[in-house]
Design a protein around this ligand. Structure first.
Ligand code: GAR
Length: 194
């Protein structure tokens, strides 16, 4: 049973999908810690309601940077909880040395586009603005770049002519909730074999 640590800044619907897969028995895993950099993020409320351990990442008042001390504290908290695989689920800060060094090759992210297209923020809105006919989502390993790590799984969705940013993001999220638990199960099986 792989021990997961989840980092998120938003509503936590991907964390919920992971939890639902665990409850349904399709993902053999345990979420041992949920951390957020946003004190009132809904992901923390969902996690608390589900009886999961939660914690706040203190980013020293910085709005988008992930200061080194905070990364060190995060790495320690995850390590102390026995986390084997970190799953970023809507976490909006770039990971750097302290975390990447401690958990190198054991961090996954879900991104709302078909990478390498549209890395970065609001990828669904980028796809819409670019006039793309298709978008989707990607589960990938995290490296020091912005959404550049090795791809584990992808799913495509059509972009419809009457789509808004919200309707396209909703369609992408349906696929995110399906492929993220599947990708975690695949990576966990690979880690067990190693
Ligand atoms: C998801 O769509 C995820 O792909 C995206 O944030 C959303 C979080 O939703 N992540 C990124 O854009 C990372 N660059 P959730 O909080 O409901 O899981």
């Amino acid at each position: 049973m792989i021990r997961l640590g989840i980092l998120g800044s938003g509503s936590g619907s991907n964390m919920q999908a992971i939890l639902d897969a665990i409850t349904a028995g399709t993902l053999e895993a345990e979420i041992v810690l949920v951390l957020s950099d946003i004190p009132n993020a809904y992901i923390l409320e969902r996690a608390t309601r589900a009886g999961l351990r939660t914690g706040l990442i203190d980013c020293r008042g910085l709005t988008s940077k992930f200061p080194e001390e905070a990364q060190q504290e995060t790495a320690e908290a995850l390590h102390q909880s026995g986390v084997e695989l970190i799953c970023l689920a809507g976490f909006m800060r770039l990971l750097r040395a302290p975390l990447l060094d401690t958990f190198g090759g054991r961090i996954l992210n879900i991104h709302p586009s078909l990478l390498p297209s549209y890395p970065g923020l609001n990828a669904w809105a980028q796809a819409l603005e670019a006039g793309a006919r298709e978008s989707g989502c990607t589960v990938h390993y995290v490296d020091a770049g912005m959404d550049t790590g090795q791809i584990v799984a992808q799913a495509a969705v059509p972009v419809l002519s009457d789509d808004t940013a919200e309707s396209l993001h909703s369609r992408i999220q349906i696929e995110e909730h399906r492929i993220y638990p599947e990708a975690i199960a695949k990576v966990a099986a690979e880690m067990r074999r190693d």
